[in-house]
Every structure is written in structure tokens, then in C-alpha cells.
Design a protein around this ligand. Structure first.
Ligand code: M2E
Length: 250
């Protein structure tokens, strides 16, 4: 008997958007223009994934370590481009019912930027969210876990948490995005085969997809290819080899 196993669609996709600077250099663009091209591509992909009814998209724009980049680039990314992107995206995110959320260490941002981030989050929280866009800024997976540990320690100190009750489940409640589904598919563009301290806890069971394509050139078609690949791996790994065999014969 032949059975058709439906391709599973990921609920949560996370992307390490690497390759903006290399793209800019290759194309002979000015400083920061590779990041602008990357931002424009993100715009296209948000729209595409929204159409495909993805629940959560998490993007890694700027890591804890990226503060060590040249000061001009840091300023451009974290002040100019970030503020401009929020202003530019906000009307569309609201119209399409995309809830915006930031994860990472906000204490490192200027107060004006922090306020802009908070306001954008508030303005996009509605009762009928279609997709959640999580932007990781000054984020690190190890920071996330240390942050959870600190929060739990404070609760122990206050007498509201019993140390004996600390396990994977109680810890998970202190990790960023605890109210969202775990990462199903983690994509890294730009050719490196690393997680680079991105989501460590949340991507514990994620399928990994690596591509040499530079982020500004990662198209909707390649995104579909990654999703397709995810679906076919789920079909294979969710069953015994006998089942896969039987299905391919049927
Ligand atoms: C982003 C921020 O490299 C970063 C600079 C700022 C824009 N960016 C890339 C983002 O990841 C905010 C929103 Cl609303 C969307 C994208």
C-alpha cells in the first residue's frame, strides 16, 4: 500500500544572515552598503515567509561579538541602519500583523535606540498575530543561558524558587522566546559551517542548512529549497528505515 507522507512545514525558521560585507566588496559598494542590500533582501523574504504562513522567523543580525568590529561599522549598523530599518518596517509589519520582538542584551544600546525598540514591540503586539519576527541584536546563546541562570539565582535568593526544582523545564522558562515554538530549521548563509553562539538552547533539535550563498543573494527560491530539504529530512528521519523503504517502493 502506498501512503503519501505530507511534507512537514517548519513552524520556526532561524537565519544567520552572513555575507553582507563580502557582497558589498565584491560589488564595489561603499561602506555599509552590503548591509543595506542585506536588509532589502530580508524585506523580500519576510514577505515571502509571511505568504507561506510561517509562525516565527528569527534573524541574527548582530552578535555579542560584533561590538568588536570597526567602530564606524558598529555605529552604522546599530544606530543608523537599525533605527532606519525599524521606521521603514513598522507600517508594513503592522499592516501584515507581524509581531516584532528583540532578543539580546539591550543594556548595551543607547537609550534612544532602546526606546525605539520597545515602542516598535508594543505597537506590533496585537491579538491576531500572523507571524512573529524576532530580531537578535547583541545576542549570544551563552549570554542567554547565563541570563537565565542569573534570573533563577535571584528567585532562589528571594525565596520564590527551590534550587531542587531546577531542571530543563524550569530553566527553559527563563530562556529567550520561551513562549514560542523551538527552532525547526536553522539556516546559515555565507559559507561558514558554524552556529557562532546563536540560538543554542532553542535550536537543540533544529535541522541545519548551510549555503555558500551570500545573504543579499539568498532568494525566495533558495528559501523554498531549504524548506523542501527540511521536509524531506523529516519524512526520512521520522520513521524507521523499513518504513522509508516500503514507502519508496509503493
Ligand atoms: C533588522 C532590525 O544588520 C542589521 C542592521 C539593522 C537592520 N537589521 C540588520 C535587522 O536585522 C530591525 C528590523 Cl525591524 C528588521 C531587521
Amino acid at each position: 500500500m502506498s501512503s503519501t507522507v505530507p511534507a512537514s512545514f517548519p513552524r520556526h525558521i532561524a537565519i544567520i544572515m552572513d555575507g553582507n560585507n563580502r557582497y558589498g566588496r565584491r560589488e564595489g559598494l561603499g561602506l555599509g552598503q552590503g548591509h543595506v542590500a542585506g536588509r532589502d533582501n530580508l524585506d523580500v523574504l519576510i514577505e515571502h515567509l509571511h505568504d507561506r504562513k510561517l509562525e516565527v522567523l528569527t534573524i541574527f543580525a548582530f552578535s555579542s561579538e560584533n561590538w568588536q568590529r570597526p567602530p564606524e561599522e558598529v555605529h552604522l549598523l546599530m544606530t543608523v541602519l537599525l533605527a532606519a530599518t525599524i521606521d521603514q518596517q513598522l507600517p508594513k509589519l503592522k499592516r501584515k500583523k507581524v509581531a516584532l520582538r528583540f532578543i539580546g542584551d539591550r543594556s548595551l544600546f543607547k537609550p534612544e535606540i532602546r526606546q525605539k525598540m520597545e515602542q516598535a514591540e508594543q505597537e506590533t503586539q496585537t491579538g491576531d498575530t500572523v507571524m512573529t519576527l524576532v530580531v537578535a541584536l547583541s545576542y549570544g546563546g551563552m549570554w542567554d543561558m547565563a541570563n537565565a541562570a542569573r534570573e533563577m539565582a535571584l528567585k532562589v535568593q528571594a525565596g520564590t524558587l527551590d534550587p531542587a526544582s531546577i531542571n530543563e523545564h524550569t530553566m527553559a522558562q527563563h530562556i529567550q522566546m520561551n513562549d514560542l515554538p523551538p527552532v525547526d530549521l536553522l539556516i546559515r548563509t555565507g559559507g561558514d559551517f558554524r552556529i557562532s553562539n546563536f540560538l543554542l538552547w532553542q535550536a537543540a533539535y533544529a535541522e541545519l542548512y548551510f549555503t555558500p550563498t551570500l545573504w543579499p543573494e539568498f532568494s525566495a527560491a533558495e528559501m523554498d529549497k531549504a524548506i523542501e530539504e527540511f521536509g524531506s529530512r523529516q519524512r526520512r528521519f521520522g520513521r524507521t528505515s523499513e518504513q522509508v523503504e516500503a514507502d519508496s517502493l509503493g
